[in-house]
Every structure is written in structure tokens, then in C-alpha cells.
Write a protein that binds this ligand. Structure first.
Ligand SMILES: *[C@@H]1O[C@H](CO)[C@@H](O)[C@H](O)[C@H]1NC(C)=O
Ligand SMILES: *[C@@H]1O[C@H](CO)[C@@H](O)[C@H](O)[C@H]1NC(C)=O
Ligand SMILES: *[C@@H]1O[C@H](CO)[C@@H](O)[C@H](O)[C@H]1NC(C)=O
Ligand SMILES: *[C@@H]1O[C@H](CO)[C@@H](O)[C@H](O)[C@H]1NC(C)=O
Ligand SMILES: *[C@@H]1O[C@H](CO)[C@@H](O)[C@H](O)[C@H]1NC(C)=O
Length: 485
């Protein structure tokens, strides 16, 4: 039997069953116990709740969520639309990026980050999922209360808060827990480690032959804005406001990005052989976490050479992402970062938000990989359709700043000054790997060494998928629902 503590600041509990469901906002409205308790009413938690109540109509399921039920419009809605659902924003200094901040936003609402995403819904290459076979307080009044689950607790609080809840509940690296004065229930050194997100480099171009109409006219041309608002009000709606944030993207393997892919893979294997890769891990990484990282790097070296497994995503054609905004590709997203971060409690204040360490570009080879993106973009912009038809001209960084003969050290410094740490894709902090390799859950998503507790959210990924995350989060939640009780 497992008891989790929630320090709720505005706990909203939705008690659901196929026969009836209701929203409860006060502790006094709750039953003493439930068959299942799901911590986190986000993408994964609500999917699991839905499937559980379908499968067991007579059992009681409690979903605990700290956000509200909100009307959530799209991400790129016309002026005058209701505001976006509540996002909890983090701005975390990244040591390896000259202390520039990682900006991370998490949906703080029923629906979680599915309510505030850019609507890029895609799955990764099948190889990405094969690689996982690595398998080897009431916000109202601040009181702390408990509820027991007779069958199972499902933790779906997301990659930042799932490790936080585990660590607070005594499941995590024992050294950390002891320093924080928390009784160790299960020594699981991997909880919070293996943290990954998608870093990106955002370049600039000018489109000197901008077609008409173009997206900038939504800001600069009131008559065009009016026309598009009328189009949006039609049923069915049409026009530019019906677009999502990005509408297309290409996902290419390293073999298409640079002819140096084998050199980079060879350096990675050398880093593993001579042990230097381990020095890039965050402070406090246990031996088992190191072992898991070495195993992942062997897989990643293979990915760098696999012509069927993407390394870079280039989104384009969306609502917001280029300047001027005509959808010319300018953003290179590193889908398979080698660097790792960590999400750990502050031992001096376990009730505070956890400390989020981004390790972006900690491994130098991520710099070599991202540096190759620039020459890739230059080849792309040199295509006749972009160069001649749209008149694409590079403005940032520009060949005078970073040219083909710029020393590697200057290119690296430029990347550390310009790479974005987060694509708002935090994951992998309670990875599905063996305990001996820093893993936190097994194939059935049960937490190693604990009973009656599963994690179902993006924390369980071992390697970040080469895709936006929500489709895979849904898939994991659907998959766990098919596992026998
Ligand atoms: C979080 O950041 C987004 C994007 O910058 C912003 O629109 C929103 O208002 C912020 N939310 C809060 C609560 O500050
Ligand atoms: C939950 O279970 C624990 C251990 O059996 C028990 O001490 C506690 O009173 C229970 N809590 C509730 C709210 O029933
Ligand atoms: C972009 O190109 C247009 C057309 O040549 C020019 O008017 C404008 O000043 C340029 N903008 C920048 C930022 O270079
Ligand atoms: C990627 O490489 C493959 C194999 O060399 C080639 O057939 C394909 O056209 C390339 N694609 C792009 C977009 O460069
Ligand atoms: C280990 O190999 C990497 C990759 O070639 C290299 O950069 C690093 O200097 C080597 N470290 C040691 C200690 O030999």
C-alpha cells in the first residue's frame, strides 16, 4: 500500500466512473479511499482515467489536478479570442549556455500541456520506439492530506513533477533524500536523472520578394486583418487564422545533414571508450545512471549513422516561427541530444519547485552536430525556389559572422549564445530501463522496488522521441491501459 503526499495549492479532484463523474474541489467531498488514484489530470492521466473507468465501471477512480477546468482556444487565434489556458512558466539558468535561461512552460490546467501545445501531432520513426527496448497541500488552505488507493496509484504529473512527487515520497537517489531529511522508501538513483528536451537553433532570413498576401500583413494591413477575421468567423472557418503554430516539418537523418556523420559517430564511440562522456553528466549521477548513459550513447552512435532515423527537425509553414513570417525554414531542432540534465528536489526546501538542471550542449558532440545544421540551412536556402523566387537572404548569423573558415571555437561560442534549451518537450526523468542502468520503471511502467505504483507520462521515455511528444504520451497511456491489472 502506497501513500502519496500532496501539497495542494488549489487541488481540484475529479472523481470519475463510467456511471457518474463529478468535480470535487474540497477535501471534505472526497471519499476516504479510492480504487485508483491518478496524480495529474494531463494528457496521460486523463487518458488512463478514461480507459480505467471504461474497463472497471464499478470501481472508483480519483484524478488529482492542481489546475482548473478552462476553455482553451487554439495557440494562434485571432485578436479578441479568450486567453490561452494557464501555463506555469519556468525560466531556468543553463550553465552550459552561458547561464542564459531555458524557458519552459507547462500546462497548469485540466488537460495539462495538451491544452497549450502548438498542435504538432506526429509520431517518431519506428526505430525510435525499438530503441526503448533498451529495457534492460490543498491549494485552498495549504493543508497536507492523504488518500489511499486500494489498487494502484498512477503518477502522471509530467517530467518535472513526477520525479518531484517520487522524491518527496521517498523514492529517489538515497543520498539526496537523506540530505533532504526524507525517509528512503526505495533507493532509485535514476529518479530525476536522464532529463531530456529538444534543443534548437533559430536562424534569421529576410524574404526580399515577399508574396502577397503574407502573414506579416496580419499586423501591418488592417484591411487584410479584417478580411481574415471574417473568414475565420465563417462556418466552416477558413483563412490564415485556422492554421496552427507550425503546419509542416521535415525530419532528416544525419546522413542527409552532413558528410561528417561517421566522424561524429566515431568520436562518440571514443568518448564512451575513454570514459570522457561520463564527465558531461549532471552532478550526483549515480554509477547506475552512468551505465544507462553509456548504453544510450551506443544506441545514439548508431542513430547518427542510420539513414532511416531522423536527427534534425525543420518546422516551417506555420503561424509564428520565421521573420518575416512566410514559413521559410529557419529553425533546426536537435531530435536526439547526447547531453543530459536532471530534475531534483532542493534539499533545503523540499516543498519548493524542484531544481531543473538543463545540460544543453554539455556534451561537445552536440555542438558538432548543431554546427552542421547551419551549412545544411545554407544549402536549403540556396535552392532556386527559395533564393530566386522568394529572394531569401540570410540575416542571422550571416556569413560575415559565421563563415566556412570561422574557427570551431567561435562557432561553439556562437551556439552557446544562441541555442534554445527547451522546445517545451521535457521528458525521460523516470525512464523505462533496468534499475542497474538508472531506470525507474519496468516494461509495465511499475516503479522498481515499490508496489501499487506506476508512472504514466513522458517521464518514462528512455530516449526522447524524434517527434513532438504528445502523440507518444497518448500512445503510452493507451498502451498501459491494455496491460493486465
Ligand atoms: C507564460 O508564458 C507565456 C509565453 O510567453 C505567456 O503568454 C503567459 O502569459 C505566461 N504565463 C504566466 C502565468 O506568466
Ligand atoms: C492510508 O493507509 C495508511 C496505512 O495503512 C493509514 O495509516 C492511513 O490512515 C490511511 N489513510 C486514509 C485517509 O485512509
Ligand atoms: C528585407 O527585404 C526588404 C525588401 O528588399 C527590405 O525592404 C527590408 O528592409 C529588408 N529587411 C531587413 C531586416 O533586412
Ligand atoms: C537524403 O539522402 C538520401 C540517400 O542519400 C537521398 O536519396 C535523399 O534524396 C536525401 N534527401 C534529402 C532531402 O536531401
Ligand atoms: C576521449 O575521446 C574524446 C572524443 O574523441 C576526446 O575529445 C577526449 O579528449 C578523449 N578524452 C581522453 C581523456 O582521452
Amino acid at each position: 500500500m502506497f501513500t502519496l503526499r500532496f501539497i495542494a495549492a488549489a487541488a481540484l479532484a475529479a472523481q470519475t466512473s463510467a456511471a457518474s463523474h463529478s468535480v470535487r474541489t474540497r477535501q471534505s467531498e472526497l471519499r476516504d479511499e479510492y480504487d485508483f488514484i491518478i496524480a495529474g489530470g494531463g494528457t496521460a492521466g486523463l487518458t488512463v482515467a478514461d480507459r480505467l473507468t471504461e474497463a472497471f465501471p464499478d470501481l472508483n477512480v480519483l484524478v488529482v489536478e492542481y489546475g482548473d477546468i478552462e476553455a482553451t482556444p487554439g495557440f494562434f487565434d485571432p485578436p479578441g479570442s479568450p486567453p490561452l489556458a494557464t501555463v506555469r512558466n519556468y525560466s531556468v539558468p543553463v550553465l552550459t549556455l552561458d547561464n542564459r535561461p531555458a524557458d519552459l512552460g507547462i500546462g497548469m490546467t485540466v488537460g495539462g500541456s495538451s491544452a497549450v501545445n502548438g498542435q504538432f501531432f506526429d509520431r517518431a520513426s519506428r526505430h525510435d520506439y525499438d530503441d526503448w527496448e533498451l529495457e534492460m497541500r490543498s491549494l485552498r488552505d495549504g493543508t497536507v492530506f492523504t488518500r489511499n488507493a486500494t489498487r494502484e496509484v498512477i503518477l502522471s504529473a509530467g517530467a518535472i513533477h513526477t520525479p518531484q512527487v517520487l522524491q518527496r515520497s521517498g523514492i529517489g537517489p538515497s543520498d539526496l533524500l537523506k540530505r533532504a531529511g526524507i525517509d528512503v522508501v526505495a533507493d532509485l538513483p535514476g529518479v530525476g536523472y536522464n532529463f531530456q528536451d529538444h534543443p534548437s537553433i533559430r536562424l534569421g532570413v529576410n524574404i526580399t520578394r515577399n508574396p502577397i498576401p503574407n502573414q506579416d500583413m496580419l499586423q501591418t494591413d488592417p484591411a487584410y486583418l479584417q478580411t481574415t477575421l471574417e473568414q475565420f468567423a465563417e462556418r466552416p472557418a477558413r483563412g490564415p487564422w485556422t492554421m496552427n503554430w507550425d503546419s509542416q516539418g521535415v525530419f532528416l537523418p544525419m546522413t542527409n545533414v552532413t558528410s561528417s556523420f561517421q566522424t561524429i559517430a566515431a568520436s562518440l564511440r571514443e568518448q564512451m571508450a575513454n570514459g570522457s562522456a561520463l564527465s558531461t553528466l549532471p552532478v550526483g549521477a549515480d554509477e547506475s545512471v552512468e551505465r544507462g548513459y553509456q548504453t544510450q550513447l551506443a544506441t545514439l552512435a548508431g542513430i547518427l549513422e542510420n539513414p532511416a532515423q531522423p536527427i534534425i527537425e525543420v518546422p516551417f509553414g506555420g503561424a509564428e516561427f520565421s521573420t518575416p513570417s512566410t514559413g521559410v525554414p529557419t529553425i533546426g531542432i536537435l531530435l536526439k541530444p547526447l547531453s543530459r540534465g536532471a530534475v531534483v528536489l532542493d534539499p533545503a526546501d523540499v516543498d519548493a519547485e524542484p531544481t531543473i538542471h538543463y545540460g544543453t550542449l554539455a556534451n561537445d558532440l552536440d555542438i558538432d552536430i548543431m554546427a552542421s545544421f547551419l551549412s545544411f540551412f545554407r544549402r536549403l536556402w540556396d535552392a532556386p525556389t527559395l533564393r530566386d523566387t522568394l529572394g531569401v537572404v540570410e540575416t542571422d548569423p550571416g556569413p560575415e559572422k559565421i563563415g566556412s573558415d570561422t574557427p570551431a571555437g567561435e562557432v561553439a561560442a556562437w551556439l552557446r549564445d544562441n541555442v534554445f534549451a527547451s522546445l517545451v518537450h521535457p521528458c525521460c526523468t523516470a525512464a523505462m530501463m533496468p534499475k542497474s542502468h538508472g531506470g525507474v520503471v519496468g516494461r509495465d511502467l511499475r516503479v522498481h522496488g515499490a508496489s501499487g505504483l506506476r508512472v504514466v507520462d513522458a517521464s518514462v521515455f528512455s530516449l526522447i522521441p524524434g517527434a513532438h511528444l504528445s502523440a507518444t504520451v497518448y500512445a503510452v497511456a493507451e498502451k498501459v491501459s491494455t496491460l493486465s491489472e
